[in-house]
Design a protein around this ligand. Structure first.
Ligand code: ADP
Ligand code: MG
Length: 224
């Protein structure tokens, strides 16, 4: 199986008052396609910084990030924006559903933003069924549990058919049992939806579902 992303010699240095902070230090790794990869590490180890770079939300200080063979650090911002909109899905720690829209409307609306023109209705329904919310499609976010809302966010992230989903601490606000079901859902999506998923977590109890685990400590990959 090929790698969808390869990272070489990645550094991210943030300017801070009175100096700079070298957060990611010479990171090289590969994300295999059609796998669930977990980036694990303690709070402050650099997980969010790294996943934001992989998802083309931020640019490194040095190093390359090849997505499907193309170095995203050399793309123009409009090219990166198009890559994010069409090829990537994002899931965040705090669920960011639009409160005035039902589960179905949240998913359908995001497909509209991604430029999906056909079959939005069928696709939204299919994705909500896929995450186990077939019976809750017309519920508003406030009428759902945290785990259910995160499932809507996952349905939304897969709806436009991205090649890869980045999820930054998607289970941090869930109890451990609900967290385990979210990770199991990711594993299921990797197997059935032709997608690659990268998630970060500091929860060491979730690793067994991963195909690949990279451990970050102080901005260095311990097993890169
Ligand atoms: N924009 C920024 N400016 C300055 N420092 C930052 C910035 N973003 C993150 N950091 C620092 O980088 C380190 C790693 O942060 P982060 O990637 O958020 O870690 P994690 O997600 O593993 O908790 C922390 O010390 C944090 O304070
Ligand atoms: Mg983080």
């Amino acid at each position: 199986m090929g790698d969808i992303i390869t990272v070489n010699g990645l550094n991210r240095i943030f300017p801070i008052t009175g100096g700079e902070l070298h957060v990611l230090k010479d990171i090289s790794l590969a994300i295999p396609e059609h796998c669930l990869t977990i980036l694990k590490g303690r709070s402050g180890s650099g997980k969010t910084t790294l996943i934001n770079l992989l998802g083309a939300l931020d640019l490194p200080t040095s190093g390359s990030i090849c997505f499907d063979g193309q170095d995203i650090t050399k793309m123009s911002e409009p090219e990166r924006e198009k890559l994010r909109r069409t090829q990537i899905g994002f899931v965040f720690q705090s669920v960011s559903l639009i409160p005035m829209m039902s589960a179905y409307e949240n998913v359908e609306f995001s497909m509209r933003l991604a430029g999906v023109e056909n079959d939005r209705k069928d696709r939204a329904v299919k994705c909500l069924k896929k995450v186990g919310l077939g019976a809750r499609m017309n519920h508003m976010p406030a009428e759902m549990s945290g785990g259910e809302q995160q499932r809507v966010a996952i349905a939304r992230a897969i709806a436009h058919g991205p090649r890869i989903i980045f999820a930054d601490e998607p289970t941090a606000e869930l109890d451990s049992q609900t967290a385990a079901t979210v990770v199991k859902l990711f594993k299921d999506l990797v197997e059935t939806e032709n997608v690659t998923i990268v998630m970060t977590t500091h929860d060491t109890g979730l690793m067994s579902a991963a195909d690949v685990v990279y451990e970050l400590e102080d901005g260095v990959i311990l097993n890169g």
